[in-house]
Write a protein that binds this ligand. Structure first.
Ligand code: SAM
Ligand code: SF4
Length: 500
């Protein structure tokens, strides 16, 4: 833990040379004028051009800024129906028919920054401040394991008390927890810990790599630097470029699964969609790989934040679905995360245009999982959630639509990360392994945690998935069917954590 005061600590966060090394001719990769002119110059796109873009996206190639700008300008609702279908096809091609689940674990709401949209900001007197001890983190983890989760994302404000050493200790604390399942007495644990925290320097990021971080996630919030300056008046977060290159530094520290995002509702959503694309392109250009996932949270009500109530850039549900589809086509290999900030009905709909990850049974109050209460307390959390369904409810809902839930964490434990996973995603091979691991982890979930009804519906989904696998020549050629049968039977007999 740092001995510096929050003020002293904040002053030493930014290392200018860890920004400057990524600039090209002194410039970063966001040129607001260029983005605006691309959007303007691609007004009224030709249908033929849009269909060519669909073909390019279906061949799993990142779109150019002009192509994404053209999609942004599509007005014809019939063409949108086609685009939604293409989004779904791309998702199936790259990731198959599955949704990966995770839960967020908020460890601290102490923060030295003053983001105008967030309940955690330092000058919000309504927020009740709390930082979890390692014992409390273990208790929270137990409650999350009890729901059936296998991966979580730990989340922190930016503060010397929750510096990199605290974050590393909390990751170790999460991994250390083993808990017997209520249904079957089998031992459950968290197998992948992702991190959403403030941007760090390379040496701190290496500490997270050492303790087994999954993905490192930082949202730019807005790519418009004037708006950014207005929304982030003080603290290390006021430095736009420190944040812009947070994931370039992660890559350099050896964390090759990194995730980008923007907070929608602060600015025109079209501009931010372009910003995300430019971000992905720069990472591809500088490191040969793009983001593991993209997130597109919408601004929700937050305690003591008038902006969260009154923003005039809120994104409508209809535009939100278009935005997700545009991201699906623009960066076809990437995972797309839709969080429980959104209402249940919207999530159930938007998930169909290409999302790959969701959270469920989420609680974002500090210490809220172990309190077992379902009430949301505005002054103890960052913002209010829209979907408070349990994991069992969401899994059941997806199963009714024939979608399999995956708790797979094999990719990163088998070294399928960074460049390796990018190549497999682009060649549409990763999804095929995912399908096998989805079946195995779904079976574990149904046996250990699901309600009797979810189990009954889920078993039918498994049966269909296994049939698909048996009929697919890829699995026959690679000799994987025998392996799947063997692992599946062993899991049914009670062995756990077998993956391909
Ligand atoms: N403090 C770190 C940071 O700002 O990067 C870590 C995480 S912050 C707790 C997680 C994310 O929540 C932010 O990056 C922001 O996009 C999002 N967020 C903040 N206020 C929000 C609100 N009112 N509604 C929805 N999402 C919000
Ligand atoms: Fe702090 Fe992050 Fe909230 Fe900003 S968004 S106030 S940095 S917790």
């Amino acid at each position: 833990m740092s001995k510096l005061t929050p003020m002293e600590w904040s002053k030493q966060v930014i290392k200018q040379d860890e920004i400057d090394r990524y600039l090209i001719n002194g410039k970063d990769f966001i040129d607001e004028k260029e983005i605006m002119s691309k959007i303007e110059n691609n007004k009224n796109p030709d249908k033929g051009f849009i269909r060519n873009i669909m073909d390019k996206a279906l061949s799993i190639q990142t779109l150019s800024p002009d192509e994404t700008a053209a999609l942004i300008n599509v007005k014809d609702e019939e063409l949108w129906e086609e685009l939604y279908e293409v989004g779904n096809k791309i998702k199936k091609k790259v990731y198959d028919n599955r949704i990966v689940f995770f839960a967020p674990l908020y460890c601290s709401n102490l923060c030295v920054n003053s983001c105008k949209y967030c309940g955690f900001r330092k000058d919000n007197p309504q927020e009740k401040r709390r930082i979890l001890s390692m014992e409390e983190i273990k208790k929270e983890t137990e409650a999350i394991i009890d729901e059936g989760h296998k991966r979580l994302i730990v989340v922190y404000g930016e503060h010397p008390l929750s510096d990199v050493d605290y974050i590393a200790d909390s990751i170790k604390a999460v991994y250390s927890v083993k808990k017997k399942s209520p249904n079957s007495n089998r031992v459950g644990n968290i197998r992948r810990v992702n991190v959403n925290a403030a941007p760090m320097n390379i040496s701190d990021l290496k500490k997270l790599k050492e303790v087994g971080i999954g993905t490192f996630q930082v949202f730019q919030e807005t790519y418009d630097r004037n708006l950014y300056a207005n929304l982030h008046p003080s603290g290390p977060k006021a430095d736009y470029r420190w944040r812009l290159y947070a994931l370039h530094r992660a890559m350099e520290a050896g964390i090759d699964d990194f995730a980008i995002g923007a907070l929608f509702g602060l600015n025109d959503w079209r501009f931010e969609a372009m910003g995300l694309l430019y971000h992905a392109i720069d990472l591809e250009r500088q490191f040969g790989i793009g983001p593991h996932t993209i997130s597109f949270p919408r601004l929700n009500l937050a305690s003591g934040s008038p902006l969260s109530k009154n923003s005039n850039c809120k994104v409508s549900d209809a535009d939100y679905k278009k935005l997700v589809t545009i991201l699906r086509l623009s960066v076809p290999y990437t995972g797309l995360i839709i969080t429980a900030r959104e209402k249940a009905e919207l999530r159930d709909d938007v998930v169909k245009v290409g999302c790959t990850q969701m959270d469920a049974s989420s609680k974002i109050g500090i210490g809220a999982y172990s309190q077992k209460s379902n009430n949301q307390e505005e002054e103890k959390q960052q913002f209010m959630l829209g979907d408070t369904r349990s994991l069992d409810e969401v899994v059941q809902r997806l199963a009714l639509n024939g979608t399999i839930t995956s708790f797979c964490t094999a990719g990163y434990r088998c070294g399928r990360t960074g460049e390796k996973i990018m190549d497999m995603l682009k060649e549409c091979h990763e999804g095929k392994f995912c399908k096998l691991n989805a079946v195995l982890t779904y079976k574990e979930y149904l046996d250990d945690y699901a309600s009797p009804k979810t189990r009954e519906i889920g078993e039918k989904v498994i049966k269909k998935e296994i049939e698909d696998i048996r009929n697919n020549p890829f699995y026959k050629e690679k000799g994987l069917i025998k392996l799947l049968d063997d692992y599946y039977n062993r899991i049914a007999d009670g062995e756990r954590d077998l993956f391909i």
